[in-house]
Ligand binder design. Structure first.
Ligand code: URA
Length: 234
């Protein structure tokens, strides 16, 4: 790949700004100053530096975040901070996508990646990956077999929809875990509303076999390896 394209992809500036940086001798490949913006580099093997700082590069980035409440799952938002705003250097230089959005008032496990194929595999309805949520309810939970069998809710387009079978584990009278394999708009909240209850706190704790890291405080994130992310499919 051309050095100017590589650095532009990593948001070091526009192609012309990068050309300028190169003419100012600020860019090096394995310790040697690059003079031509058309220089071909191998991002995975060559050590590139800008202003004497090594450029971090990995082809695929996987991030586990503990999403806080009050932050939106979007790339940009005029009113609210976004989960992408929370990501700092060096990962902020990559074009990260959100694997399965959470509502603004939902917290917990979020996966961010620049790997389009992985994103697709995680969110594809065909894969039926389970999402586990810890739910705090306004009222005690008694009869919930309807939720486990499938219940009529409205989807994001206001169409009636019967949810797929779910699994509920009661933790206390008003706290439970629910595992669902789909992700309709406000699905968990709407499922509990459909049995006359109300969700007052919602936290995603697992996606497939990948559990939220307990040491991650709200708003923190950590990079996962390709091997780590495979837990989703277990
Ligand atoms: N279900 C909801 O209602 N909200 C979420 O954020 C996720 C699942």
């Amino acid at each position: 790949m051309r050095i100017d394209k590589f650095l532009a992809n990593l948001k070091y500036g526009t192609r012309s700004e990068i050309k300028e940086m190169i003419s100012e001798k600020k860019v090096m490949k394995t310790g040697v100053i690059i003079t031509d913006p058309a220089t071909i580099i191998n991002p995975e093997d060559d050590v590139i530096s800008v202003d004497n700082h090594i450029v971090f590069y990995e082809k695929t980035i996987y991030i586990m975040m503990n999403k806080p409440k009050g932050v939106v799952c979007a790339n940009k938002d005029a009113r609210y901070q976004t989960v992408i705003d929370l990501v700092k250097e060096p990962y902020s230089r990559f074009d990260l996508d959100i694997c399965g959005r959470l509502d603004i008032d939902t917290e917990g496990l979020l996966i961010l990646t620049n790997d389009g194929n992985m994103l697709h595999q995680i969110i594809s309805p065909k894969k039926s990956i389970s999402k586990v949520y810890e739910v705090t309810l306004a009222k005690p939970l008694f009869e919930y077999s309807k939720l486990e069998k499938g219940i009529k809710i409205k989807d994001g387009k206001d169409q009636l929809y019967i949810t797929k079978p779910a699994t509920i584990t009661k933790l206390t009278d008003t706290v439970c875990q629910i595992a669902i394999t789909e992700g309709k708009f406000h699905q968990v909240k709407r499922m509990f509303e459909a049995i006359g209850n109300q969700v007052i706190n919602l936290k995603r704790v697992a996606i497939g076999g990948l559990k939220i890291e307990p040491s991650l405080v709200s708003g923190e994130y950590k990079k996962l390896s390709f091997a780590d992310i495979q837990a989703v499919f277990q």
